[in-house]
Design a protein around this ligand. Structure first.
Ligand code: CP3
Length: 354
């Protein structure tokens, strides 16, 4: 059991709702453009995908926030869109526009034609990054692996880029739901084996980012977002029962109870749900991760501290809370404001764990 060798296992303990001395903390998108040292590494690499394909540079940027702050976990530096790229859709990141696919899925035949990428083949560069990071961490803190949810990946693959309304994806969902089911089945299988490979290379926990599940009706959420994630959890639990799985549906507050029934270990909660209500909904089934509004980090440090206190108070005393932002940290965030948040968690949380 490699976990027992970790010098700091607060994050893994909290995921299992075991006793900790203070609430563990990490930040979604903790390695990224708000850090000047990240921008320097990114410039060395060239494009964002060049950075993702270079294990040494991935490792360098993964460690940057850990060098600055007292964080309790590292997260693999990569992207959720590596899987669609490996399926042959041709991913590019266009400055100021975000991700773009050269060959989006347009027809049922396109869906039939895509295959399931081999994590140690087309996606080997991600696995090499996991190994390099795991070894550089030297068991200081756990390493989180991740993937996008099938539904979230499908939206990018069908729209061909970021979208607000998901017009093409929803048209397919209503017109040809079986075609969408077929795509989601391929993505579920791809995500499951991709996360298994990350675990085999040393990831200590894995997280599924369902950024766009909150755009669905409750019935559609159940079929097109939750069921594929449930399948992934089942496969992961069969493969590595002791590795914690975190599910995060942004804007998914109303689905927390159903999400807790998937057999996952923890749920990410954004700031639109109060942690007290979330805890009441999930009971002792799962731990909760969140949920400070990332925009709060633009305010002055005294205000940040007040909001940290509020989040800690909303979860209340007891085990099973991982402090985090409710979504990724903004590029405009002053790095010292992130420090203020983390210091406040260190100072204010021990009283909840007596
Ligand atoms: O949390 C971490 O530090 C780990 C790395 C990570 C990145 N992306 C790095 C990244 C993770 C976990 C992601 C997940 C991701 N990627 C999601 C789901 C999480 C979420 O935010 O809801 C999504 C939807 C994506 C797709 C994606 N990748 C988008 C929309 C963008 C932004 C494009 C832009 O130009 O703003 C990216 C690029 C990206 N992924 C960056 C980083 C640090 C910025 C790239 C750069 O350096 O220019």
């Amino acid at each position: 059991m490699p976990n027992q060798d970790l010098k700091n296992d607060r994050f893994l303990r909290a995921l299992k709702r075991q006793k900790v001395d203070r609430t563990p903390v990490w930040m979604m998108r903790q390695a990224g453009r708000y850090l000047p040292e990240y921008r320097a590494s990114r410039a060395k690499a060239g494009g964002f995908m060049d950075l993702c394909r270079n294990a040494e540079l991935c490792c360098e940027v993964t460690l940057q926030p850990l060098a600055r702050y007292g964080l309790d976990a590292a997260i693999l530096f990569s992207d959720i869109l590596t899987i669609p790229d490996a399926m042959g859709l041709g991913l590019r990141f266009v400055e100021g526009e975000g991700p773009v696919f050269d060959r989006p899925l347009q027809t049922v035949a396109d869906i039939r034609n895509i295959g399931i990428p081999d994590p140690e083949g087309e996606l080997r560069y991600v696995m090499d990054a996991v190994s390099t990071i795991k070894s550089a961490l030297n068991n200081s803190v756990p390493l989180i692996g991740f993937a996008g949810s099938p539904w979230t990946l499908a939206t990018y693959m069908i729209e061909g880029q970021s979208s607000r309304e998901f017009a093409k994806t929803k048209k397919m969902m209503f017109d040809e739901p079986e075609a969408l089911d077929e795509l989601l089945a391929k993505l579920s299988e791809s995500v499951a084996i991709y996360l298994q490979a990350q675990i085999a290379r040393g990831a200590d926990a894995v997280m599924v980012f369902d950024t766009w599940g909150g755009a669905l009706s409750p019935a559609a959420y159940q079929r097109f977002s939750l069921q594929p994630m449930e399948l992934i959890v089942a496969k992961l639990k069969k493969f590595a029962p002791h590795i914690p799985v975190i599910l995060f549906t942004k804007n998914g507050g109303q689905h927390l109870s159903k999400m807790a029934d998937t057999g996952c270990d923890a749920l990410g909660v954004d700031w639109t749900t109060d942690l007290r209500d979330a805890r009441a909904k999930v009971g002792h089934r799962v731990a909760l991760q969140g949920n400070l509004d990332p925009l709060c980090l633009l305010a002055r440090p005294e205000r940040i501290r007040e909001q940290v206190a509020r989040v800690l108070e909303s979860f209340g005393p007891g085990e099973g809370h991982i402090f985090n932002l409710g979504h990724g940290i903004l590029q405009q965030t002053p790095p010292e404001h992130a420090a203020a948040m983390i210091e406040a968690v260190h100072e204010l949380s021990p009283r909840y764990h007596v």
